[in-house]
Ligand binder design. Structure first.
Ligand SMILES: [Zn+2]
Ligand SMILES: [Zn+2]
Length: 153
């Protein structure tokens, strides 16, 4: 699948760019390459966050939404949680092919593109496509924003 390959390499390129600014933001796993686990970053253009396994109900990357049309799940009552981390609105996650009712691991804010992965980039990926923006533009914008952040730091 061409698109998934392009998404993987875009995410790895972002992780590399973050590494150049601040090595401590990377999530280092036991298997795979240096950049395979993503990194922690949040600016006006995008958010990236490594997969988390803490399983806390207070963790945006672990607590899942299980709302249905006639049931508000405990994670979301009284309102859906984690919109500021890119979590989809309540009830929307089930439109995706699996149950990603948690905050995404990558969120391009202007286009709404989101990616969830399992442990490392490329594994069990779930993608919500960009709204009216091409992949190249999405990743180029993220890299440009990192360049700006790098100048500030
Ligand atoms: Zn967690
Ligand atoms: Zn919910």
């Amino acid at each position: 699948m061409m698109e998934i390959d392009a998404i993987n390499s875009g995410l790895i390129a972002i992780t590399k760019a973050i590494y150049r600014i601040d090595k401590s933001r990377l999530s280092y796993g036991l298997l795979g390459g240096l950049y395979d686990y993503g990194a922690d970053w949040d600016n006006d253009v995008f958010m990236m966050h490594p997969a988390c396994g803490c399983e806390s109900t207070a963790c945006p990357w672990c607590a899942e939404c299980h709302c249905t049309d006639d049931f508000d799940c405990p994670s979301c009552s009284p309102s859906h949680r984690w919109p500021e981390k890119g979590a989809l609105p309540a009830r929307e996650p089930f439109e995706l092919s699996s149950e990603w009712g948690r905050a995404p691991n990558f969120w391009h804010k202007p286009s709404g593109m989101r990616v969830w992965w399992h442990k490392s980039i490329g594994r069990g990926m779930e993608v919500r496509s960009a709204d009216g923006a091409g992949l190249n533009d999405v990743f180029a914008e993220c890299l440009a924003s990192l360049k700006q952040d790098g100048k500030k730091s």
